[in-house]
Design a protein around this ligand. Structure first.
Ligand code: UT7
Length: 329
């Protein structure tokens, strides 16, 4: 059987209500609104409530995506959740989301590829639909990074925010729409540049790991910055070239929202004009696996995504990993 064309049938998002501004962070940390805006472009972020976990936001996004598509949860075949802040190590966060939305019976699993997770999960989900193994796959990118941060470390605490986005994948009936292709990769040499070291089998929880603050995200920001600025450009060029397309064909560039300086430098090198670059990190910070689907939802609601537009998404993150995806909207 020839592979089926796979389309993004609907998008939904969910972010916590609480907005935390740079000024509010400056009350507890040795930082300032001026530094955070100048170095990252972030003005504020959403922070989850004490009792809100990743699956709560993920379920909210899932319900919105399904209702936008007019699909009921029992019609889902598979739920894939990309996250670096799962509710628990196991069972998978996808199982909690399945329970919350009433998708009993659908296969449910998590995919761990840090901030690149959404693009990897999109690739996995689209392969299921393309092969005919599934008709409807829900891909959720959800993170409550705030609970993984060291709130005494100003170099990471100011950069992230919480949120979730979900997309429903179905096979397309028209061939002018759908997912065109991916470029995925990983450089294991950079594994120590961005990590959450303790709590797994390498460094199980102990009084030492707690005292040493090893249960929080640790990052060499400068090195991750250099990697990101380089890999966005090379991965975007590769996925376009692989499908006989050029930068001039891209209607909307949706990069992972980590730092406005990374995005502007990559867009400039690629030759994509600012009006074709979507950003919202000034309002959300880096929401990790949720950043790209939140952008897709906001771009669609703002009328910046029309049927037939070519969308280029590029994610990157710990691993160090990267993933690009081209979609005809
Ligand atoms: O999802 C992917 C994950 N992450 C990323 O993509 C992050 C990539 N990296 C970055 O976005 C940037 O490297 C940062 C925003 C993290 C930092 O910007 P930078 O221009 O690379 O700054 P820097 O790390 O070189 O730090 C400059 C100075 C340092 O002080 P000294 O050593 O020059 O005296 C830091 O201690 O800024 C200081 N600093 C801060 N000052 C005020 C670091 N964090 C803060 C802060 N407020 N929050």
């Amino acid at each position: 059987m020839a592979p089926r064309i796979v389309k993004i049938a609907a998008v939904g998002t969910c972010v916590p209500e609480r907005i935390v501004t740079n000024d509010e962070l400056s009350l507890a940390l040795d930082t300032s609104d001026e530094w955070i805006r100048a170095r990252s472009g972030i003005r504020e972020r959403r922070i989850a409530a004490a009792d809100q976990a990743t699956s709560d936001l993920g379920a909210g996004a899932a319900v919105r995506a399904l209702s936008a598509a007019g699909v009921v949860p029992s019609q889902l075949d598979i739920i894939i959740v990309a996250s670096l802040s799962p509710d628990m190590i196991f069972p998978p966060t996808a199982s909690f989301i399945s329970g919350a939305i009433g998708a009993d019976g659908a296969a449910a699993f998590d995919l761990s590829a840090a901030c690149t997770g959404f693009v990897y999960a999109l690739s996995a989900g689209s392969a299921y639909v393309a092969s005919g193994q599934a008709d409807r796959v829900l891909v959720v990118g959800a993170d409550v990074v705030s609970k993984m941060l060291d709130w005494e470390d100003r170099s990471t605490a100011v950069l992230f925010g919480d949120g979730a986005g979900a997309v429903l994948l179905e096979h397309a009936v028209e061939d002018e729409e759908g997912i065109i292709g991916f470029d995925l990769g990983n450089d294991p040499g950079g594994a120590d540049l961005l990590s959450l070291p303790a709590g797994g089998s390498r460094l199980p929880a102990s009084s030492e790991t707690i005292a040493g603050r090893r249960h929080f995200i640790q990052m060499n920001g400068r090195e991750v910055y250099k990697f990101a600025a380089r890999i966005i450009v090379s991965s975007a060029r590769k996925v376009l070239a692989d499908h006989g397309l050029g930068i001039e064909d891209v209607d909307l560039f949706v990069p992972h929202q980590a730092n406005i300086r990374i995005i502007e430098s990559a867009a400039k090198k690629l030759g994509i004009p600012p009006e074709r670059v979507f950003t919202n990190l000034e309002r959300y910070g880096n929401t990790s696996c949720a950043s790209i689907p939140i952008c897709l939802d906001e771009a669609a609601s703002a009328g910046k995504l029309q049927h037939g537009d070519l969308v280029l998404m590029v994610g990157f993150g710990a691993g160090l990993s990267w993933g690009s995806c081209l979609v005809r909207w």
